[in-house]
Ligand binder design. Structure first.
Ligand code: SAM
Length: 462
């Protein structure tokens, strides 16, 4: 497949759509909200109308709807993961980033195989099963280095634990290298456009391969054409007008759906945070309030109900506790953004400052108190439920039959191996959730598998 790189982000159209959707009537908002409840998603025009709402009563109505849609599709599950930074040596100059080439304030480091193993062990010891490999654009972090790193991660064992899904956020590459990346058995390949506004993009990315806006825009196309059918997109909120970015994310999703028959698996909503040595990060050009971020997440939940939304530790614990109700389906937890800092002593600043410093166990204790089930499930991509196959199950609601029992099994495994203190408190929640599985056969099989876990079996899934 030859990919012709044409800009599919029509800026004028986005501005026009936002302009036309100003001051929407209550009736129009209700029509859009009712449409979203059919779980068929929203058009960019409809999303623009909701993004333009500022009135608290209307905003609460949008938040309540997002909560309802989230519960319908994702139940009370929250997928947890941690990033594993391989290198912060970068050839790019991105004015907001702590890893930027000319940013001499950050200690530069690239992990070797032993260090990757040590980091993986440290993460497994916390209870993690899903990692996101992240790297700055470092010429030494080529496809062979990344493939070896992924193999090291998958081959590392610690006690009963291991890493069962590796997602990847590294610079774009040629299709033949994406094919090699796919062969390592990755889950999702993700890359953020940072800002879809071309002029802003050019101003902020002053040198290095990443300064090419169009090549950046097509990274997920290249990955998909190499057979990686779960891709993740995102925008770094705070660099440009958030309403523009949300509509551009929707156009990006539509483009992938048009070309590959399946939209992005996930959308990430990082918000620009402090980064040592970056005045852009300290003074975001388009700061957005907590309420704006809530609106972004809620509108995305209504507009692309089956696309996962990822929230990182850039946001503080109190806000994350609110956002998990509004549409977020995946949370990073216990994160560190400096290579080597899970296993090493490193106190130096990472790529950006982390606002939620709770450990994985603290996050789990908090979310279970709120009735959420932490999920370390890695079953879908290991069972071939990716890309279109995944969406074909997700859209009629059938994916729940796998996700809910798998979440419970991975939670039980976590309790047995890493948090026996919580096990007593979580018993009632687990029993309640098992009793809620509607198919009697699956309910019984789930109970059977939970019993097998207590007898020492591991990695059981549907
Ligand atoms: N090689 C990858 C690439 O080309 O983007 C590296 C990704 S970077 C290590 C991961 C993400 O961190 C970036 O895509 C960006 O959205 C985010 N990021 C960078 N600086 C940030 C800051 N100051 N605050 C919050 N997030 C930031």
């Amino acid at each position: 497949m030859v990919i012709e790189m044409k800009n599919f982000i029509n800026e004028n159209k986005i501005f026009e759509t936002l302009g036309e959707a100003e001051s929407p009537s209550r009736q129009r908002i209700e029509i859009i909200i009712n449409k979203s409840l059919t779980l068929k998603g929203l058009s960019p025009e409809e999303a623009a109308t909701l993004l333009n709402c500022e009135d608290n009563v209307v905003l609460n109505r949008i938040f309540e709807t997002a909560k309802q849609i989230k519960e319908t599709i994702y139940g009370n599950r929250l997928v947890l993961f941690a990033p594993l930074y391989l290198s912060n040596r970068c050839v790019n100059n991105c004015l907001y980033c702590g890893f930027s080439k000319e940013n001499i304030n950050t200690e530069k480091k690239r992990l070797n195989t032993d260090e990757i193993r040590d980091e993986t062990r440290a993460l497994i010891s916390q209870g993690h099963k899903r990692l996101l490999i992240v790297s700055a654009e470092d010429p030494a972090v080529d496809i062979d280095y990344v493939s070896d790193a992924i193999k090291t991660v998958y081959n590392t064992k610690e006690g009963n634990g291991d890493i069962r899904r590796v997602n990847v956020n590294v610079a774009s590459m040629e299709v033949k290298n994406f094919k090699k990346l796919k062969d390592t058995g990755i889950g999702t390949y993700q890359l953020f456009q940072e800002t879809y506004h071309r002029e802003t993009y050019n101003q902020l990315h002053t040198s290095g391969p990443k300064s090419n806006y169009i090549e950046r825009l097509y990274a997920c196309d290249l990955a998909q054409s190499a057979g990686i059918d779960d891709v993740g997109i995102g925008a770094l909120l705070g660099l440009y007008n958030y309403k523009f970015e949300v509509l551009a994310l929707l156009y990006h999703a539509m483009h992938l759906e048009d070309v590959f028959g399946v939209g992005p698996h996930t959308i990430s909503v990082p918000r620009l945070g402090q980064a040592q040595g970056s005045s852009v990060a300290t003074h975001p050009p388009y700061p957005l309030s907590d309420t704006d971020l809530k609106k972004v997440i809620a509108v995305l939940r209504l507009a692309v109900p089956y696309t996962g939304i990822i929230l990182s530790t850039r946001e503080n614990a109190a806000l994350r506790n609110e956002l998990i109700y509004l549409g977020v389906s995946q949370l990073s937890a216990g994160s560190k953004t400096l290579p080597g800092s899970y296993s090493g002593e490193g106190k130096a600043q990472g790529q950006f400052s982390i606002s939620d410093e709770r450990s994985l166990s603290e996050v789990i204790e908090e979310i279970t108190t709120r009735g959420f089930i932490p999920s370390f499930c890695t079953s879908c991509y290991r069972s071939g439920r990716t890309g279109e196959n995944f969406m074909n199950l997700a859209k009629p609601g059938d994916i729940k039959d796998f996700c809910q029992p798998n979440a419970l099994l991975t939670f039980e495994e976590y309790l047995l191996d890493y948090n026996p203190e919580l096990a007593g408190k979580a018993k009632a929640l687990l029993s309640l959730e098992i009793s809620k599985i509607s198919d009697p056969e699956i309910r019984q099989m789930t109970s059977g598998k939970i019993k097998s876990l207590s007898q020492g079996k591991r990695d059981l899934y549907f």
